[in-house]
Ligand binder design. Structure first.
Ligand SMILES: Nc1ncnc2c1ncn2[C@@H]1O[C@H](COP(=O)(O)OP(=O)(O)O)[C@@H](O)[C@H]1O
Ligand SMILES: [Mg+2]
Length: 466
């Protein structure tokens, strides 16, 4: 009997260990290759979508995707998928997008802060791999003690759906070290309209205003056609590059709506751009609130100053009525039934002519009649008197002289966002998400006794109590 060597005894075990190690190595290699493949696929997909967004300049907006396998719509649904359409069953198909694992924010070199607002964090950064300059926005994680906030998801979801030349492009989402460090990587644009207007000595020319306004309207038209309300349109959320292109940004308040509209929070839109129906407590509202904000932006482009700078809600309503004249049962039937309108005491005035009435010409001396008519309709107190984006875009204002200036002819401006950390002039912010709208006492709007908070009332004009 030959005595077995101790070492010989252990050989099979060692071999097993070796084999196991090999297997593990092989698995790791495969996982790495798979990860790489996914990253490449993701990059390809992003590039394809960027290209699609760029090529899509004049294409008419598509209606919101239908989640059916209707042959007319499946092409839409299969965005980015090279697979031929095999499935002909009646099963609902949901749009799928292939997203690999998110990259880490360390793939970007931060160059400078653009904006450090009360609850925003945006910086200019360089993609280390490609050298491209982008904007990085840290997602706000308020009101989310347990997990990812639904509002953050909405910002991502609506932006992902909103691919249009006049909407800022979301390139990808990257993560930081902590669970809730999530960043949006967007195309970088040199300016926002608010900072630009603050720095300009003179307002834009009438022909430039037309180009800017029609681009904002095109972006918004696309959003509304996709059943998305923006709910925070204002000049600081409109970005502009040095090629005369303007893009709608900041989807922090955006959401889908339905028909009939669901009950929605009333505390939306930054005060100066907030519509009268929201201020008066309407529980149901629609895209008309965005159209009101467009009216405010149009006015701001004309005068270079925000149009209606209320100090609080009561003062805001008061300033609105000072500009438009108070509502009447003819111009806004049913406004009395809005929750905050009950305390509103209106003066006996002769009914303003026109429905909606024209705004005072003296306020906008350089605007043509067609322009004043468009502005007055956007700032109609009655939401149903406001035009849709389509109606605005086909308005004679855009076709009369001076014609919209070609984008290529736009002047360029030095970019603050591109160079230094800065703070903007103090202006109101959008309402904090998840807050309840306060009960407001509007008795003071026309100089009544009870004042909401001691703010200025009456907007510099006096009216008898009704
Ligand atoms: N893609 C971008 N390119 C350049 N600047 C940007 C970009 N996105 C945002 N900014 C700047 O950062 C500011 C704040 O961004 P925004 O998305 O509006 O966040 P917030 O929710 O804090 O208002 C904007 O007003 C603009 O000045
Ligand atoms: Mg903003």
């Amino acid at each position: 009997m030959s005595s077995k060597s101790r070492w010989a005894d252990e050989d099979p075990e060692a071999e097993a260990i070796n084999a196991q190690r090999k297997r593990e190595k092989e698995e790791k290699r495969r996982a790495k290759a798979e990860k790489q493949r996914q990253l490449e696929q993701q990059a390809e997909e992003a590039a394809r979508q960027r290209e699609a967004a760029n090529n899509d300049t004049e294409a008419p907006p598509k209606k919101r995707r239908r989640l059916s396998n209707d042959p007319d719509t499946t092409a839409d649904v299969q965005v980015g998928s090279a697979k031929p359409q095999e499935n002909t069953s009646n099963i609902l198909q949901f749009p799928t997008q292939e997203w690999g694992p998110s990259r880490h924010v360390d793939n970007f070199e931060r160059l400078n802060h653009i904006e450090e607002g009360s609850y925003g964090w945006v910086s200019r950064a360089k993609d280390i791999t490609t050298g491209e300059i982008v904007a990085l926005k840290k997602l706000k994680m308020d009101n989310s003690p347990d997990g990812f906030p639904v509002t953050g998801l909405r910002e991502i979801q609506t932006l992902l759906e909103a691919r249009h030349p006049n909407i800022v492009l979301l390139r990808e989402i990257v993560i930081g070290n902590k669970m809730d460090d999530v960043f949006l990587v967007m195309d970088f644009l040199e300016h926002d309209l608010k900072t630009l207007l603050d720095d300009m000595r003179e307002p834009f020319l009438p022909s430039e205003i037309k180009t800017l306004l029609s681009q904002v309207l095109s972006g918004l038209d696309f959003l509304h056609s996709q059943w998305i309300m923006h709910r925070d349109l204002k000049t600081s959320n409109l970005l502009m590059n040095n090629r005369g292109e303007i893009k709608i940004a900041d989807f922090g308040m955006a959401r889908y709506y339905g028909d009939p509209p669901p009950k929605l929070t009333q505390l939306v839109v930054t005060l100066w751009y907030r519509s009268p129906e929201l201020l008066l407590g309407a529980e149901k509202y629609g895209t008309e609130i965005d159209m009101w904000s467009i009216g405010c932006i149009f006015g701001e482009l004309l005068t270079k100053e925000p149009l209606l700078q209320g100090k609080n809600e009561v003062d805001q309503v008061s300033k609105i009525f000072a500009l438009t004249g108070p509502p009447t049962p003819q111009t806004w039937p049913g406004f009395r039934s809005l929750p905050n309108a009950k305390s509103l005491r209106l003066p006996q005035t002769s009914a303003p002519s026109g429905n909606p009435p024209l705004l005072p010409r003296s306020k906008f001396p350089f605007l043509t009649n067609a322009g004043l008519q468009l502005l007055s309709s956007l700032l109609a107190l009655n939401p149903s008197s406001r035009p849709t984006t389509q109606e605005c875009l086909s308005h004679p204002y855009f076709r009369e002289d001076p014609r919209p200036k070609p984008k290529e002819m736009f002047p360029t401006f030095p970019s603050k966002a591109g160079m230094e950390k800065r703070r903007r002039r103090q202006t109101p912010e959008a309402p904090k998400r998840g807050q309840e709208a306060p009960r407001l006492d509007f008795a003071s709007v026309f100089g009544g006794q009870s004042s909401g908070d001691g703010g200025e009332t009456g907007a510099g004009f006096t009216l008898r109590l009704g």
